[in-house]
Design a protein around this ligand. Structure first.
Ligand SMILES: Cc1cc2nc3c(=O)[nH]c(=O)nc-3n(C[C@H](O)[C@H](O)[C@H](O)COP(=O)(O)OP(=O)(O)OC[C@H]3O[C@@H](n4cnc5c(N)ncnc54)[C@H](O)[C@@H]3O)c2cc1C
Length: 400
């Protein structure tokens, strides 16, 4: 004879950023379950251990998804300023690193402690190392079979919130569970793929770049209509660095990246000026003045650059400028979910309320955070989406 089910008002699957934030707002009778040993594991490792918890410039235009308008409502009702205010109220010191990206001064663990404190204040329960199994819905209640420490337990709830994130970093417990449950209840799931992820080259290209791993350079990378001005890093497998992670969300297999080196410089005018001042210098030496030396030497060899600057006509300098500002690089693949920061795509937003995150198909079912087809740029946008969507669902549940 199985034990009596645990009866709650709201069951949240996933004690990550979105799930914990939702629990802090969902009102009494909230239970969060997670199969991990600790809540908020991705928060802990985020931002190099300092958690880039939001971005000052958060706007819907920094998100990808089938419906670019979908994030607007939630982002405008719980903004970056609301989260900054919460961080301040918890006495967590922070700083802006670059491009509006806010990081903890001390540790990402401060953000986890904040969320746990907010959950406790709201009276939400947390079961860890608990694996959800079969889920059914009848008479306005969900029933979820849960295994915890080898013991089966049943939970019934009026509201079920899917907050189990995406597929990135399976080693940290990502399973794509929310997609399966949403599909079970009739929701469409868009194509999912690794995003904010390093890109890789085939063996020939890798061998050609064998001298470059560890070299970083300021670039503007363009692909499929998107452009990012940030650093690019050569790795043993291919390319990484913020510009590459950003563009990976727009890149598809077969696409080339157009790389502009040193977008902050008018290269043609710079080379002309250097020719007037120091025409006796070798081209590769002049390139080393504006690019990392290893990259300058690599390019000089790859482009067959010979002679001194004084030997170069305006036409030759123009051609060189074109080569350096429209360098075509064609990755073959990405490092995949093993290292991707997020999953692009997810539960389609056409059957989800942008105001409450509730399903239009099954009343009481909510989807929040990365599980949805809402993917932010690099720079704190993904956490802000987790906070905003978590609060939207939590508040809607609390006011029912
Ligand atoms: C290395 C790394 C660094 C990052 N740095 C940043 C950053 O600095 N800034 C930023 O904005 N974003 C960052 N991100 C992205 C950010 O972590 C995610 O967008 C965010 O955590 C999504 O929140 P979520 O609550 O939807 O999902 P998650 O935080 O992934 O939480 C999902 C939870 O569900 C649980 N779960 C999954 N499957 C199951 C299952 N089958 N049963 C039970 N529980 C389950 C997981 O254990 C987890 O606790 C980073 C991601 C990575 C991988």
């Amino acid at each position: 004879m199985s034990a009596k089910p645990t009866d709650v008002t709201t069951l949240i699957l996933g004690a990550g950023a979105a799930g914990m934030m939702c629990a802090a707002h969902a009102g009494p009778g909230t239970l969060v379950i997670d199969h991990a040993k600790a809540p908020g594991e991705k928060i802990r490792i985020s931002g190099g251990g300092r958690c880039n918890f939001t971005n000052l410039y958060t706007e819907a235009e920094h998100f990808l998804g089938e419906n670019p308008h979908f994030p607007k409502s939630a982002l405008s009702r719980y903004t970056q300023w609301d989260f900054i205010d919460l961080v301040d109220r918890h006495g967590i010191a922070w700083h802006e690193k670059t491009l509006g990206q806010l990081f903890c001064d001390r540790s990402a663990k401060d953000i986890i402690a904040l969320l746990r404190a907010e959950m406790e204040r709201a009276g939400a329960d947390l079961w860890l190392e608990a694996e959800p199994g079969e889920i059914t819905h009848a008479d306005g209640r969900f029933r979820v079979e849960v295994t915890q420490g080898g013991t089966p337990r049943s939970v019934t709830a009026r509201n079920l919130v899917l907050a189990t994130g995406g597929k990135s970093i399976p080693k940290m417990g990502a399973t794509g569970l929310a997609y399966r449950i949403a599909a079970q209840f009739g929701h469409r799931v868009t194509e999912t793929r690794p995003a904010l992820v390093p890109l890789t080259f085939d063996e020939t290209r890798k061998a050609g770049f064998a001298d470059l791993p560890g070299t970083a350079v300021d670039t503007r990378i363009t692909c499929n209509g998107a452009s990012f001005d940030e650093a690019m890093l050569f790795t043993h497998r291919g390319l990484s660095g913020p510009a590459v992670l950003q563009i990976s969300s727009y890149w598809r297999e077969g696409d080339s990246l157009s790389v502009c080196l040193r977008p902050d410089l008018d290269l043609f005018e710079h080379l002309r000026a250097r020719r007037a001042e120091a025409g006796g210098k070798a081209l590769s030496t002049v390139l080393s003045e504006i690019l990392p030396r290893k990259l300058a030497l690599h390019l000089a060899a790859e482009l067959g650059l010979a002679g001194n600057l004084a030997d170069q006509s305006d036409g030759a300098l123009r051609a060189l400028t074109d080569q350096l500002t429209r360098w075509e690089l064609t990755p073959t693949s990405s490092e995949g979910y093993r290292t991707a920061e997020v999953t692009l795509g997810g539960v389609a937003t056409d059957a989800i309320s942008s105001k409450t995150m509730e399903s239009a198909l099954v009343p009481g079912l909510f989807v929040i955070g990365e599980a949805l087809d809402v993917t932010g740029w690099l720079g704190g946008y993904n956490f802000q989406w987790a906070w905003s969507s978590g609060v939207a669902a939590g508040r809607a549940i609390a006011t029912r």
